[in-house]
Design a protein around this ligand. Sequence first.
Ligand SMILES: Cc1cc2nc3c(=O)[nH]c(=O)nc-3n(C[C@H](O)[C@H](O)[C@H](O)COP(=O)(O)OP(=O)(O)OC[C@H]3O[C@@H](n4cnc5c(N)ncnc54)[C@H](O)[C@@H]3O)c2cc1C
Length: 370
Amino acid sequence: MSLNPRLVKESFAVVEPVADKAAAYFYGRLFAESPHLRGMFPPAMDIQRDRLFSALTRIVWSLDSPDSLSPFLNRLGRDHRKYGVVAQHYTAVGNALLATVRRFAAEIWNPEIEAAWVAAYSAAATIMIDSAESESDSPAWWPAEVIDHELRTPDIAVITLRTGERLPYLPGQYVNVQTPRWPRVWRAFSIANAPRKDNTIRLHVRAVPGGWVSTTLVGHTRVGDTLTLGSPLGAMTPSGSGRDILCVAGGTGLAPLKAILEHVIESGRRPRVHLLHGARTARELYDLPDLTRMESDFPWLRVVPVVSRDPRYDGVRGQVPEVMERFHHWNGHEVYVCGPAAMVDETVRRLQRNGVPSADIRRDLVPGER
Ligand SMILES: Cc1cc2nc3c(=O)[nH]c(=O)nc-3n(C[C@H](O)[C@H](O)[C@H](O)COP(=O)(O)OP(=O)(O)OC[C@H]3O[C@@H](n4cnc5c(N)ncnc54)[C@H](O)[C@@H]3O)c2cc1C
């Protein structure tokens, strides 16, 4: 079976404009043919449908760039272990997917297109299955006990968890979290500390109005509760180059950058590090006491809190990307950016405009942030 990315892309382009309907049909078909799979999915399927299509879109459009596709599929395969996915489930999903594209691209469908989809799906499924199997010696999920829950503002909590077995992660990565209140509803949260010997991790969680998991974590989670964590994921990890570092955080986007900072501290290297943390009000600088303590312990670290919507704030005021630009020249720095999409995009745009190469910029989004 030979891959034909062009045919897959052309037929997927016909399905994309009706993505919502196609996703609803896909799940309807999947659950009609394999009702036992319904129990692996959350009660409300809206976010799940969006996720399916964004993953599928990414896979289809990068079919002819294996260098970026393979790591993505490897991650997906590993991550799917937390749902209890095994190799046989991929057949059921493949059948439902084929039935969906066949139906929604009916006007152009032919045997060549069908063969191209079968080849592409089997190649992708093989990578995911192999990747999941390569991890079969480590847990598919980790129970984690809440050992501390600090409400830093009415809607931001810093939560400390302890896993029984070591969670193998790198600074800057995130984990998917499930709460007992909402079984099978998983949301990503960045780990806010470098790996520790006592198996504890910290999360910085902002409650999104009406949000299932974030409001549960902030408002209805207590010391002694048990959460479930999936495999650590994410590529915003330190390079170890030893160059000076710029970290730009918006809101709880601070979490992975703090983990990277702790990692630098533990490494014994002493590059100059600037950490800019943007928030709307002074009150939302929820981790300032700890950052200030770190700054006074380490003379090579400079912390710059930036407040955007509080005219009475007597520190640095403005939007964090704009403050970053006027503050310093960042050429030659290794840069880490994390926060809401608009802030991350604007920061990266300004850095590039000032000559910082894309290869020196690592970024992650915290979509729950405003
Ligand atoms: C890689 C990654 C790392 C992340 N790290 C963190 C982290 O460290 N800390 C953290 O707090 N969050 C983090 N998030 C966001 C987190 O995963 C959730 O998206 C967020 O907590 C909302 O989940 P929820 O279940 O509470 O809301 P949902 O139930 O998913 O959403 C409920 C409703 O609110 C809407 N909504 C979502 N966000 C907003 C918003 N900001 N304003 C208004 N409406 C909104 C949704 O569209 C939906 O209609 C991260 C996300 C990713 C992808």
